[in-house]
Design a binder for this molecule. Structure first.
Ligand code: ADP
Length: 406
């Protein structure tokens, strides 16, 4: 049994920096769980507390049926792979991989050799066993570091940003490789990354952290399709979700503002039950917007800023004329995130390649947008919470989050 349970886990550094705040989560035996969040959100601290490299200030961590709070690292049956690989430069690949086993077990040499060779085979580095780390490429070093963890046959793998030192292409390749490996070995895994795309592509479930607090936990699809708050909505998915401001006229079941949108009356009632806010944030991903060259009913006219060809799609950046401005309506402590450029008010939509000609860039002639109502997320600007409990949104995510102790 190697499920991992976090029960109210808290970490306070130097009596004042709350790095992790009341973290509750159960990771199932054999699960691949990714902790994702911006820099400083507490991911490494959590991982290091599991490993026993950091003292736990409050709460309990269980591995299997054992509370490990006071167990020294070597008795926790875990193996950790670090970002910098931490290989011994003067030892060969074989010696690096065997090192931990030699030190912490009484296994006979033959058995150690066999385990090292099996792990090397699995990682595709069998031919490198005699080399020293400095003779290896970044990708090969990464494989040695992972192989060294596999050799231990631990109950739990801990990965701390293990792919950040690799170039983009190799990183993608290693993602698939690690995922396949975990599928083969079926070892409970906690993987830490700040890269939401890495989290989305590799994990059984993702736990999203911000400022030491668990925001949401769910499968990649769940957190993408049903973000519980504006932070998750903006952090997961690239490019980020567009955010518009609109009033809800619940009698007529319509949003009016930056965009106009008729919704199902039952949905309007349900939103109203959860929030009496005057204005709401409407979140819409770039793939759920349709661009028309002519005006159509219920469309909003916008001006095209840039058309960026991405190959399979074009990404169209647009400006809202007289937009209300998300920052003007959200409460100060509501995190609406920022995209990679730190730009919060950039609107984007995917279109068919070539469907919006370049002449539209910064031209007077508008294009017209309509929105896929079923994929519009509704957030309360006071709390940042998703207040839309219509089918497919909110309900399940809320229940799952509650079940996970959020
Ligand atoms: P992440 O891994 O998500 O980048 P960390 O777990 O490293 O975040 O850090 C979480 C918070 O704890 C940050 O505010 C960081 O500055 C603080 N922190 C981390 N390690 C220490 C330490 N040894 N002493 C004091 N503060 C620390």
């Amino acid at each position: 049994m190697s499920r991992i349970l976090f029960d109210g886990v808290t970490k306070v550094y130097d009596g004042e920096v709350v790095a992790v705040d009341g973290f509750d989560l159960e990771i199932e035996d054999g699960e691949f769980l990714t902790l994702v969040g911006p820099s400083g959100s507490g991911k490494s601290t959590l991982l290091r507390m599991v490993a026993g490299l950091e003292e736990i200030s409050g709460g309990e961590i269980h591995i299997g049926d054992t509370v490990v709070n006071r167990l020294p690292p070597r008795n926790r049956d875990i193996a950790m792979v670090f970002q910098n690989y931490a290989l011994y430069p003067h030892l060969s690949v074989r010696e690096n991989m065997a090192f931990g086993l030699k030190r912490s077990t009484d296994l006979p040499k033959e058995e150690i050799d066999e385990r090292v060779e099996d792990a090397a085979e699995l990682m595709g580095i069998g031919h490198l066993l005699g080399q020293k780390p400095k003779q290896l490429s970044g990708g090969q070093r990464q494989r040695v570091a992972t192989g060294r963890a596999i050799v231990r046959d631990p109950a739990v793998f801990l990965f701390d940003e293990p792919l950040s030192n690799l170039d983009a292409k190799l990183r993608k390749h290693m993602r698939t490789e690690l995922q396949r490996l975990q599928g083969t070995l079926d070892t409970t895994t906690i993987y830490v990354t700040h890269d939401q795309e890495e989290a989305m592509t590799m994990s059984d479930r993702i736990a999203i952290l911000n400022e030491g607090k668990l925001q949401q936990v769910g499968t990649p699809r769940e957190v993408y399709n049903r973000p519980v708050n504006t932070f998750v909505a903006q952090f997961i998915g690239s490019p980020s979700m567009n955010m518009f401001v609109a009033d809800l006229d619940d009698e007529n079941a319509r949003f009016t503002g930056d965009i106009d949108l008729a919704i199902d009356p039952a949905r309007a009632d349900a939103i109203r039950e959860r929030s009496d806010a005057e204005q709401f944030l409407l979140g819409i991903r770039p793939e759920h917007v349709t661009v028309h060259m002519e005006e159509v009913p219920d469309s909003v006219a916008v001006h095209v800023d840039i058309v960026e060809p991405l190959g399979s799609d074009d990404l169209l950046y647009f400006d809202l004329d007289d937009g209300i401005g998300v920052e003007d309506v959200v409460a100060e402590d509501v995190d609406i995130g920022a995209d990679e450029n730190g730009d919060e008010e950039e609107y984007k939509v995917f279109v068919e390649p070539g469907s919006v000609p370049d002449e539209y860039e910064r031209s007077e002639t508008p294009v017209y947008l309509t929105f896929d109502t079923d994929h519009v997320h509704v957030f309360d600007p006071e709390t940042g919470e998703n207040v839309d409990l219509s089918p497919g949104f909110g309900t399940d995510a809320r229940a799952e989050s509650a079940a996970a102790g959020d």
